[in-house]
Design a protein around this ligand. Sequence first.
Ligand code: ZN
Length: 199
Amino acid sequence: MGKSSIPKGLQKALLQPPVVVQPPWGQVRRNALRELARVLLAQTQWDTLHVRPYATQLEQAVFIQAQGQLLDYQAKAAQLAWALEQNGAHLAETYPAGALTDLDDQALTATTPLQRIFTEHAFKMHAFSNMILDTDRKVHDVEAQVAKVTGHSGALQTRCTGCGGTKISWDQKQTKGGDEAMTTFYKCENPRCRRTWKG
Ligand SMILES: [Zn+2]
């Protein structure tokens, strides 16, 4: 066998970079609609006549929110199908279909045991950001105390207020009488900023 057994056309195709084919929107949307309707039918007391317009409006709201991004659309549709699976009766009877896309995890899981988990999570995140703010405040207090002791306000000023850069050079000069505090001159070393200021 002197010749390769792979046909020329196939050889050529194998050398091409793979083409990612997106599924057609129509098909994706039909699948999502079918899934949302299926879950609603299973979780609510509604019949098909009631479920169909609700599911259709919901799917349209998801489509509008996704703004043409297929992955966003699929993620949102999956999230809502999941939420309806957990909490369909409550959600469908509490909200118009178009409002469901704007609910957060806590609202989506309201009345279910999952809500407690999301509430605890939100509470912990809140406590965590408060802790960071508190630490920030303490650092500022220390800076203020150091400034009082050293006699110039900028000993710990490590950020340029112009560009936020941290490469700052400084120099101290006696500008007033001999017993006055020194004045600190700062220069931002960011070549695109070069801001100077007095401390
Ligand atoms: Zn700067």
